[in-house]
Design a protein around this ligand. Structure first.
Ligand code: HAM
Length: 488
């Protein structure tokens, strides 16, 4: 016995059938009687409900368009070149260096960031978006990636994986900063984190990834670098620093005065002008490093020399986050002056963070790059003629004439895409002249033109946009013909 055919909707509708037959077919075959009754009942209910809604409720009332929140930015299609290129460059370089993608949530328990980044830092004290969730718990929007990734490293038992565990991340971060050029409340960052190995080669590797990511985009940079030693080294230094800062108390900003007893290292990171002279004269942490820390730092610098990565030693550099140990650095454009506040990126070693978050002792290091700042620099360099912006062009444009041709167009566009040919088009336009103008604007070498006659003959016209010479080819041979022409 042959099994009964299922009455699933038949999506293949033969072209000879009229719309009426199709409608009847759907009614008969697809909508079974009990279902039909159910639908009719439901529709009746909806109709009565609609009647009850007064006309004024349906009318759209005009309101003032809600403004973008301060410090927030849209990523617009006009900037797609930059965003795509940055993402692909990040992906390529991470593949090459063996970093795997990781994504952590935007929202985390606020204590994760407070514990990792530290009270007394600008990020925790001033900039973090913290609010009470519906269950009363305190949550924070990630102001950076490192803390969330370290939490994930511990939570997913990544310590049992072969070390180092190398990950990269990409996404939005949130800091309630004072908005200005290059400083936003929502910004994007690309970063890499390397867990499990304490070796200068690893510090150098992460610096190399950050440096070469920017170089691949055409942006030449300098690395401002320092070592803040181990926590033991820092204890002795902090005693010296506090003694010095107390003698200069009256010159410091109000916040820094408080910082002397709470978190004195943060004074070195203060951006207030009044504090700069005090910071410059402060004892230098490098003089308080143990022999081991000094040697470690020297080895990192030797690696950078070997790779010809330019760097500037900056003894006052401590970074604005509490979790760092030993190597710390910030990345500036080649032209940036010392003291400039707009670092393109920053990073360093953070050997104690994983343990602080409840994991086993795990050395780690990494970096984060601010992508809006990269775009600002990039744009400036394009304007100054230092970098050339590549043009995204599709070499082929499809122009269609008439309803039947338009219907067939999408199929041709998709078939060609599957074979690796990207076809420019605008199905919203009907006039051939306008479409060919668009093809010229998009600098397409060839247009393929489909009219009613071509649809019937299963042919298509290939037009050389420069000479205007046209040739009719069989649709089946379109790809081969285009390949031949594009190779020329
Ligand atoms: P960070 O220096 O705080 O480091 O941020 C990294 C980069 O993010 C900065 O150099 C800057 O380009 C960008 N950035 C920071 N704040 C803003 C803002 N308000 N608007 C626009 N861009 C901004 C970190 O976040 C560390 N987690 C980096 C790291 C990874 N260290 C070790 N591993």
């Amino acid at each position: 016995m042959t099994p009964k055919k299922k009455t699933t909707p038949n999506t293949k509708i033969k072209s000879s059938r009229t719309k009426k037959t199709v409608a009847k077919k759907i009614e008969k075959k697809v909508v079974k009687k009990p279902i039909k009754k159910k639908i009719e009942k439901k529709n009746a209910v909806i109709k009565t409900e609609i009647k009850e809604v007064s006309a004024s409720d349906i009318r759209v009332s005009k309101i003032k368009t809600p403004a973008l929140l301060r410090g927030m930015k849209d990523v617009l299609p006009k900037d797609q070149y930059f965003w795509k290129k940055m993402y692909h460059t990040a992906e390529d370089i991470c593949d090459a260096y063996g970093y795997e993608y990781i994504e952590t949530p935007v929202l985390e328990d606020a204590s994760l960031f407070i514990r990792s980044i530290g009270r007394g830092t600008d990020v925790v004290d001033k900039e973090m978006y913290v609010f009470e969730d519906k269950d009363g718990s305190k949550v924070g929007m990630r102001p950076e990636f490192t803390a969330g990734i370290a939490r994930s490293f511990v939570g997913h038992g990544m310590i049992s994986l072969p070390q180092p565990v190398k990950v990269w991340c990409w996404g939005q971060l949130f800091r309630h900063d004072r908005p200005q050029a290059g400083r936003y409340r929502q910004f994007h960052s690309f970063g890499c984190e390397n867990f499990g190995v304490h070796d200068p080669a690893i510090d150098a590797e992460t610096i190399s990834v950050a440096y070469n990511f920017l170089l691949d985009l055409g942006i030449k940079t300098n690395i401002f670098i320092n070592s803040i030693g181990t926590s033991d080294d820092r204890q002795n230094y902090i005693v010296e620093l506090v003694g010095y800062l107390r003698t200069k108390r009256s010159y410091l900003c109000e916040k820094c005065r408080k910082r002397i007893s709470k978190n004195p290292l943060r004074v070195l990171d203060c951006k207030e002008e009044s504090c700069q002279a005090v910071i410059e004269e402060a004892p230098q942490i490098i003089d308080w490093l143990s022999e081991d820390s000094k040697n470690y730092f020297m080895r990192v610098l030797e690696y950078l020399d070997e790779m010809e990565i330019p760097y500037v030693l900056k003894p006052t550099l401590v970074r604005g986050l509490d979790y760092y140990t030993e190597t710390v650095y910030e990345i500036y454009t080649e032209e940036s002056e010392e003291g400039s506040q707009d670092a393109l990126g920053g990073g360093g070693r953070y050997d104690l963070l994983v343990e602080k978050l409840g994991g086993q002792p795990t050395p780690a290091c990494g970096f984060g790059i601010g992508l809006e700042r990269v775009i600002l620099t990039w744009r400036k360099q394009i304007e100054e003629g230092n970098i050339k912006q590549e043009e995204i062009v599709s070499k082929i444009f499809l122009a269609q004439l008439g309803e039947q041709a338009r219907m067939k167009s999408l199929r041709i566009i998709e078939d060609l895409r599957r074979e690796g040919v990207i076809v420019g088009h605008n199905l919203g336009k009907t006039a051939l002249k306008t479409q060919l103008e668009l093809a010229n604007k998009q600098k397409c070498a060839y247009s393929i033109i489909l009219g009613q006659k071509e649809v019937q003959d299963k042919t298509i016209i290939i037009r050389d946009m420069e000479s205007g010479i046209q040739e009719i080819v069989d649709q089946k041979k379109l790809k081969t013909e285009l390949d031949k022409k594009l190779k020329k």
